[in-house]
Write a protein that binds this ligand. Structure first.
Ligand SMILES: *Cc1c(COP(=O)(O)O)cnc(C)c1O
Ligand code: SF4
Length: 383
């Protein structure tokens, strides 16, 4: 089934390139139904929509807000027999997105009010986020930048690059630039090369980082030309975005391998989402799977409070429990940091379990991962 859709989407040629694959994306309700004629019979579809007509209506109503578009590759990972298929849940437009009563604001993180120049969000003194593109290979329904992503208008264009570069050059406190979006890898290799080369000449930068979901949604984007560009700009860190173990495929593995072999440090961020990955078993399998293909888990995100996303949110207690379950039972390097981005522009803070329990006459009492108590004498003299 997976191979079927993928091949159809690859057009007829064997030697397709990633741009062709992008052009052959499935981008409307009708196209989706054509590619997946069995979709309306699936338990997931029946749960989400009253009828095919209903689905069409929802898709149409959402189209102006946040596009539907999926690569044949990513769609081929769907499993119609799974009532909670994590692939379909991430891409299918739903009525809840329009009717969200819980998360009210399009920009809860106040990114648009920390804009010194077009495209740059400078919230933390030492890091800037450079919003380079509205485009992504797949539009994820839970996207925290829905207000901008997938729109065809007003993405910062090339003419804004020099203003952004000047700003970075003139602010010596900036230690890291994060190329973000949308997906910055939707730009050509030449553009990526231009940006990385320019940034490399700025001596106060310690780190160049790229945030891209393409290793997950369009692995063919990781071409030899692109990895050459990244090798020349060494060291580059790429933070990608796997949310579920089914996304760890042969294609994704090979893309990550090519990045690693060319000197790119590959990290991952995952959004914790109800019904998709909010269980210890899924997160554990995902984190170990990432490690196995050469990725260091970086963040597990609590869902941002963006309008139209609240049906995805998982309980913070669930997240903390998952982290508690991972601790001590998994390699430390497989354990991501669980974070929440505070509404109002407060930035990210870690969500952590308390292992330091209390101060006793003997010192500090800790509870370890398995619930046993241990006391250290450290700090006994201090108080
Ligand atoms: C998340 C974020 C960053 C990067 O934060 P790290 O904790 O370094 O990964 C930078 N700027 C903004 C505005 C962010 O939201
Ligand atoms: S790839 Fe990232 S920016 Fe693009 S839609 Fe998905 S979450 Fe949003």
């Amino acid at each position: 089934m997976r191979i079927e859709i993928y091949k159809k989407g690859r057009a007829v040629k064997q030697n397709y390139d990633w741009k062709e694959e992008l052009r052959s994306r499935i981008s409307s309700a009708d196209e989706l139904l054509e590619f997946m004629p069995d979709l309306p019979e699936s338990p997931l579809f029946r749960r989400l929509y009253a009828s095919v007509e209903d689905f069409r209506k929802v898709a149409e109503a959402m189209a102006g807000e946040f596009r539907f578009s999926v690569t044949p590759y990513y769609l081929s990972l769907a499993n119609l027999e799974n009532a909670r298929c994590p692939i379909l849940l991430q891409i299918l437009p739903r009525r809840e997105e329009l009717e969200d009563q819980v998360f009210q604001f399009p920009d809860p993180l106040a990114e648009d009010s920390h804009h010194p120049v077009d495209g740059l969000t400078h919230r933390y003194p030492d890091r800037v986020l450079w919003y380079l593109s509205h485009n992504c290979a797949v539009y994820c329904r839970f996207c925290m930048r829905k207000r901008k992503v997938s729109r065809s208008n007003s993405a910062p264009d090339r003419s804004s690059y020099s203003a952004a570069l000047d700003y970075i050059r003139n602010h010596k406190e900036i230690k890291e630039v994060i190329l973000s979006g949308g997906d910055p890898l939707s730009h050509s290799d030449q553009t990526i090369q231009f940006l990385l080369t320019e940034l490399r000449t700025i001596s106060h930068l310690s780190s160049l980082r790229i945030h891209s979901r393409m290793p997950v949604t369009l692995p063919s984007r990781i071409t030899d030309q692109l990895t050459d560009v990244m090798r020349q700009a060494f060291p580059v860190t790429l933070v990608t975005h796997f949310n579920h173990p089914v996304e760890i495929t042969e294609e994704a593995t090979s893309a990550v391998r090519r990045l690693r072999m060319n000197g790119v440090t590959v990290l991952n961020q995952t959004v914790l989402m109800r019904d998709i990955n909010d269980s210890t078993q899924t997160i554990e399998e995902l984190m170990l799977g990432l490690l196995r293909i050469g990725i260091k888990p970086y963040y597990l995100h609590q869902c941002d409070e963006v309008h139209g996303v609240s049906h995805f949110r998982a309980n913070i207690e669930t997240g903390l429990q998952i982290l508690r379950d991972l601790q001590g039972r998994n390699p430390g390097i497989a354990i991501p940091r669980y974070v929440i981005d505070l509404p109002g522009g407060g930035g990210k803070v870690p969500l952590e379990n308390q292992y330091l329990r209390r101060r006793t006459d003997d010192g500090l009492e800790f509870e370890n991962w398995s619930g046993l108590k241990f006391t250290t004498v450290q700090d006994r003299e201090d108080k």
